[in-house]
Design a protein around this ligand. Structure first.
Ligand SMILES: [Zn+2]
Ligand SMILES: [Zn+2]
Length: 256
């Protein structure tokens, strides 16, 4: 087909919605494409899990979808690690300690509510609805979802394949807003249909329906509240999607 195929995968570092279950972690995903390493959200617990796969000095960029702490709080530890702990030992020439700053792509206002990220730890860039970015082998495109603060879903493309991440959203936005040809839809399904309308999130039924409407090839459901049963999420999403769905779990890697 003329398309150069390289390794392209997403690994779940955390998938709990809102807060962590015992031993759990909130939203965070490691996207790898060729030699490119992208961290997609960094909720509590994800920094520890990230280090199972890559060194903290090996990231090319971080995307933070919105300012709810279950999607970004571990960026604080990453800032400390990169600014201090990973620095060259005392006595090394000053310019040899200069570490390339990692690009962080986030909506307006998020940086200001952090503690360690307001300095030089990162190369911080604002993104918004419609923004595009290139990170190594990855092409990114952002779309504002239906959530409280400005929240950006993202289309991540590499080697002719497409990952679409909903971030957090209510039902007035759909994965289809990230365009067609979605190979893997990583979509929030926070609760079951019994909770629909109680918060600006998707039920498993709504996630399955919008993934079907967007002709998503494989659906991964994530961001489940710890109080909600996994098997109920999976069965409800699968019925609406019309095919089996994959529940996100820590350590799960999906090859695109
Ligand atoms: Zn969330
Ligand atoms: Zn949120």
């Amino acid at each position: 087909m003329g398309v150069t195929l390289g390794a392209f995968s997403v690994t779940v570092l955390g998938c709990d919605g809102g807060y962590q279950a015992p031993g759990g972690a909130c939203s965070g995903y490691l996207v790898r494409a060729g030699s490119t390493r992208l961290l997609l959200d960094s909720g509590p617990g994800t920094l520890a899990n990230l280090q199972r796969y890559v060194g903290l000095d090996e990231l090319d960029a971080v995307v933070l979808s919105h300012d709810h702490p279950d999607h970004w709080s571990d960026i604080e530890g990453l800032a400390v690690a990169r600014q201090y702990a990973l620095s060259a030992p005392a006595g090394a020439p000053a310019d040899s300690t200069a570490r390339e700053r990692v690009r962080v792509l986030a909506p307006k206002g998020l940086r200001e509510i952090t503690y360690h990220c307001r300095g030089d730890a990162f190369d911080w860039r604002e993104v918004t609805d419609g923004s595009k970015a290139t990170v190594g082998a990855l092409e990114l495109r952002f779309s504002r979802t239906d959530h409280g603060p400005e929240t950006l879903g993202v289309r991540v493309s590499a080697f002719g394949r497409v990952l679409a991440y909903s971030a957090d959203t209510g039902p007035k936005w759909s994965l289809g807003r990230l365009g067609g040809g979605i190979d893997v839809g990583l979509c929030e399904a926070t609760f079951t249909s019994a909770h629909e309308g109680s918060a600006r999130h998707l039920s498993a039924r709504q996630a399955g329906t919008q993934a079907r409407d967007a002709a998503v090839r494989r659906l991964v459901v994530t961001h489940r509240w710890p109080t909600v049963a996994q098997d109920e999420i999976v069965s409800e999403a699968a019925e609406a999607f019309g095919d089996s769905v994959i529940p996100a779990s820590q350590g799960l890697t999906i090859d695109l």
